[in-house]
Design a protein around this ligand. Structure first.
Ligand SMILES: Cc1cc2nc3c(=O)[nH]c(=O)nc-3n(C[C@H](O)[C@H](O)[C@H](O)COP(=O)(O)O)c2cc1C
Length: 382
């Protein structure tokens, strides 16, 4: 894409193309957005030590993520309602990920359904599960993901209640949604987005249609969802899922060493150190701040994945240097999708790859598996 030099350009294009209500939804975090900001600031505050006298002509960027080869150490993470940014957005993003060669994770709260994405994507994808109080819905979603050939189930742990995003409430993206004069005008004045939405197969929660009575009524459906997040979610709940899913199981939302150790006991294949991109507990530390202790606590017993604040290739190296095996991207790829659909996601992935290559060359890293301790440090004192 011309004139795009960084993820921040994609963010600006997304801001221009989307109505404010949708941009605020993808961009924002919970409450005062303290944790959202910490994710960004703490990654940026880390320093990369440069090592010059090395041959860096043959960098190895690819890794395996839960047994699958990934061209760069990055998967596209689950983001609900991504299809409100681009027609059939999840199908487009999954195809971009498959063409490029990284895993794609579909959210329970996607607009495209599991079956839509399975039909569109040439490769298996991961499915992210939010556990509902109604267990038969969970059983059905797990079965559908299995039948669609999903290679991994990503169970999100940090949604006992939904974090409050103040901008969404003001914008009418609430339960039930409010169509105000302001957001109607906002949508009407973004005709490219509006036309794209009219062309989209779905505009609401595609996975839940057929699972829930009155699923066609957006207000009723969003009320049902709000009541379904389960405050009783605990270790037994995770065991319940493990018993029903025989492929790779990834636990997302680990921010504490104790939870990470329990993930090993339960037989998870990987964990994602994540604070939901600052959209749940506002005031939580950045995910990069807790990563080293969690990685130390689990050692090589399971794969430690990371998300929160990844906007450049250097951010990926910093996370790997602090103990992650690989990363996931939420907003960065979503900005790409919102800016230009499949091509925009491809652009985000190309940027990450180029930046990773450059950063490895300049730091003297030839393999992401052998980043020497001390390469990623706090900024040295002057
Ligand atoms: C718009 C949006 C929707 C999200 N929806 C989900 C979701 O449905 N399930 C989930 O587990 N995480 C969800 N997340 C969290 C992401 O998977 C990821 O943890 C987070 O975005 C990582 O931070 P980053 O955006 O700074 O990369 C969402 C994030 C955003 C920005």
């Amino acid at each position: 894409m011309d004139k795009v030099s960084s993820i921040f350009d994609l963010e600006n294009l997304a801001r221009e193309r989307l109505p404010q209500v949708i941009f605020d939804y993808i961009h924002g975090g919970a409450e005062q957005q303290i944790t959202l900001q910490r994710n960004l600031d703490d990654l940026r505050a880390l320093a990369l030590r440069q090592h010059d006298l090395r041959d860096v002509s043959n960098p190895q960027l690819s890794v395996t993520m839960v047994g699958e080869t990934a061209r760069i150490p990055l998967a596209i993470g689950p983001t609900g309602l991504a299809g409100l940014t681009w027609a059939n957005g999840e199908c487009e993003a999954a195809c971009a990920a498959a063409d490029f060669g990284v895993p794609y994770c579909l959210s329970t709260m996607s607009t495209s359904s599991i079956e839509d994405v399975a039909a569109a994507s040439p490769k298996p994808f991961w499915f992210q599960l939010y556990l509902m109080k109604e267990r038969k819905v969970n059983e059905s979603l797990i079965r559908r993901a299995h039948e669609a050939g999903c290679s991994a189930l990503v169970l999100t742990l940090d949604l006992h209640v939904q974090g409050k995003r103040w901008a969404d409430a003001k914008n009418g993206l609430s339960v039930p949604p409010r169509l105000t004069l302001h957001n109607s005008l906002d949508m009407a004045t973004h005709p490219r987005w509006l036309v794209s939405m009219l062309k989209s197969k779905r505009r609401t929660f595609g996975n839940l249609q057929g699972e829930v009575p009155h699923a066609g009524d957006v207000a009723a459906l969003s009320e049902w969802i709000e009541q379904q997040f389960d405050p009783r979610f605990d270790l037994d709940t995770v065991k319940w899922v493990r018993q029903r899913w025989d492929r790779k199981l990834i636990l997302k939302g680990i921010m504490h060493e104790d939870d990470a150790r329990q993930a090993i006991d339960i037989g998870a294949d990987a964990i994602i150190v994540s604070n939901h991109g600052g959209r749940q507990l506002d005031g939580a530390p950045s995910s990069i701040a807790v990563l080293p202790a969690i990685a130390d606590a689990v050692g090589a017993r399971l794969e430690v994945l990371f998300d929160g604040g990844i906007r450049t290739g250097a951010d990926i190296i910093k996370a790997i240097g602090r103990g992650a095996h690989a990363c996931l991207s939420g907003r960065a790829c979503l900005y790409g999708l919102a800016a230009n659909g499949r091509e925009g996601v491809r652009c985000a992935l190309d940027l990450f790859e180029q930046e990773l290559t450059d950063c490895m060359a300049l730091t003297g890293i030839t393999s992401l598996r052998t980043i020497a301790p001390g390469t990623v440090t706090a900024q040295p004192r002057l």
